[in-house]
Design a protein around this ligand. Sequence first.
Ligand code: PFF
Length: 679
Amino acid sequence: MEMLEEQRENWGTRGGFVLAAVGSAVGLGNLWGFPYKLYSYGGGAFLVPYIVAMFCIGVPMLILEFSLGHMTQRAAPDAFARVNRRAEFVGWWGIILGFVIITYYPVILAYCFSFMYYSIQSIITGNALPWGGEGAAGVANAKSFFYDAYLGFKEGTELGQIRYNILIPLFVAWIAMYFCIFKGVKFVGKIVWLTVPLPFIMLIVLTIRGLTLPGSMKGLVYYLDPVWSELAKPTTWRFAFGQVFFSLSLAFGVMVTYASFLHRKSDINNNAVIIGVSDFATSFVGGIAIFATLGGMSYATMEAGQAVGVKDVVAGGPGLAFVAFPYALAQLPGAAWWSLIFFFTLVTLGIDSAFSITESVLAGIVDKTGWKRSIVLPAMSLVGLCFGLIYVTEGGLNWLGTVDGFINGTWGIAFLGLLECVVLGWMYRVDTLRHHANERSDWRLGRWWNFSIRIFIPVVLGTLFLWSLFDDVTSVGGFIRTPEGEWIIPNCVGFAVVGIAPVIAILMSLVKSPLRQEHGKQGEFKYPTHPVGLKLGKAAFILSTAGLLLIAWMMKTGNQWPIGVALVFGLIGIAVSNYVLEKHDVGDERPTLLSRWAGIIATLDISAVIAMTLIRMTKTAGDTEAIAETSDKLSGVSYTIIGVVALVVVGGLGWCFYRAITAASKDQQEEPLDTLQID
Ligand code: PFF
């Protein structure tokens, strides 16, 4: 169904859009976030939740966001408002979290700019890199260069002084972002032909360099050998899912906005798979480049009699990109050049992700207010830069880590993804989106996709959310306050940031848009005037509510026996309400609100039952902390992992291109050439 016929700016070519979306997805998260998360949460075992999350949840949701943006031709808030007036806040919620990211993401880019500058300085002067050094003393030097000399880092919650050496490159980062997007998306569609392939080429160079170093296998053992016991921990799953959302730029409104600028005839489904597979491949290869080089570093230091192990240098988070890797590169011949390549890769990877968030916030505001882009963009950049000042202080990195952890790991984005699926799956006719995507795509989505958006994804994300919640509540002494009654300030602030987002989102959605009336309300969800499925809906509602009450009672009394009953109630509730929607949400018929709420409550039932079972199972399994092998030969399992990943990537991309080519040649036979050009 076409909702809007107006002329909206577009990407120009299919390649422009795919590259821009890949550019947004592939960013610092791939080279900086993924490898250390994989290493910290089970090595190769982390790939299990990651692949599940990427292909069972990430890609179907990407299709959801693309079709929503494409159908409505609106940025996220307005897009949600057009399908259900009360859902506008969901779009704003993502945009606000995106805005929080855009206050700190360029700060990491600023670090990269600085390290690029130091590398160039070293190339020009011929002096050693400032973080260089040998053996354990060298590691200490690399650490102290980043934390003391560069950041002036102070532990604790105080911000301290502003660091001008970070502020200046931060300014540069914002200027660069500004110039990439100030001309509009058509120009972005051109810029990405440079900013996307370039880092890929450099990444391949870095990977080959890493793999050809003696000792590289030792690094890969750390990266890939699985620690299966990590799979029993909710944190592993939480970080895997959070990383997939962050990495695919899902739920921040970016992909909705980008698709809103897509030409009317462009494919949706195939593009989503291409983007998902490319993002996954980049993360995986990025990890190989990083860990192979660390293995090489470990070997080189051993040869020099100053042995430094991979474990000694891999610190969490930024430590990997700004301490371990620079140190490793400093051990190689031509160190300054390799550093320059590495940090330039990071800059080119990160810049298109950064401006994609800016674009989504910008389009959200412009679509709602009708204000001029040329005024909103500079104002927004200035506000983003000002908030960024928090992170360029001496204590800034602490806060950056805290805020990032809350948005991407603990409470933030996966929950919003859940809400998105619930709103579009239960409160809207999701089949409309499926048809919209199918009408123009290289291949068609089956009905399974409806069930996936309506049932599978909400149950999985709901389980994850509740499992983490139960785990936090039961295993941590206190989240906001210590058992001794002291406030845990970073958690309070992190909690406040993610907690305030929905409040602002609701307020934003209440502001009247001068443009809304003008465009009418075509396609908007209408509340039933001739409701159908009345009896069945009521029955499902009663059953699932009874299930929920049972669960509440179980939690209160610690009694476990009715868990099976609650599960059965939930399953029947979801089956019936899903039946009502599939059967009656067609044509002019509209199932009742009660039948929709029945489905949502039943989803909660099932999630809670699975979460409770998981808690019990993982508690009885005990802590079987295993330590990664330290041999320098990859195990058979690791080779299998590499094989499976290669199959997913090569097979997946091969299939997508095959479908694109066959679809294009079919189109060409059916349509005159001039209508195909823009696609
Ligand atoms: N996907 C980007 C990365 O992996 O680095 C980060 C990102 C971009 C997150 C856009 C969120 C977003 F809206």
